[in-house]
Design a protein around this ligand. Structure first.
Ligand SMILES: [Zn+2]
Length: 81
């Protein structure tokens, strides 16, 4: 059984990261979950519908954004790969 990761606080506690991927220009950034937790609260939802309305691409200004869940482990694999 997987742990619920449906709040910002749960992602932080489980060492998960969220990447925001702009569908329009393919810009990808790692979201600062600690900053989001301060701003929105740790109990704020971490699902697409909860966060995407608050996000905007810093490159092109598009709101057409996908969220990708990642962990330190998968990021290390990407870096060494
Ligand atoms: Zn963009």
């Amino acid at each position: 059984m997987s742990r619920p990761l449906d709040t910002i606080g749960a992602l932080i506690d489980n060492q998960h990261n969220l990447l925001a991927y702009c569908i329009s220009c393919r810009h990808c950034v790692k979201l600062d979950l600690e900053a989001l937790a301060v701003k929105l609260g740790r109990d704020h939802g971490s699902m697409h519908k909860d966060l995407v309305p608050k996000l905007k691409c810093s490159e092109c200004g598009s709101k057409d954004i996908a969220l990708i869940l990642s962990t330190e482990e998968t990021e290390r694999m990407h870096l060494s790969g």
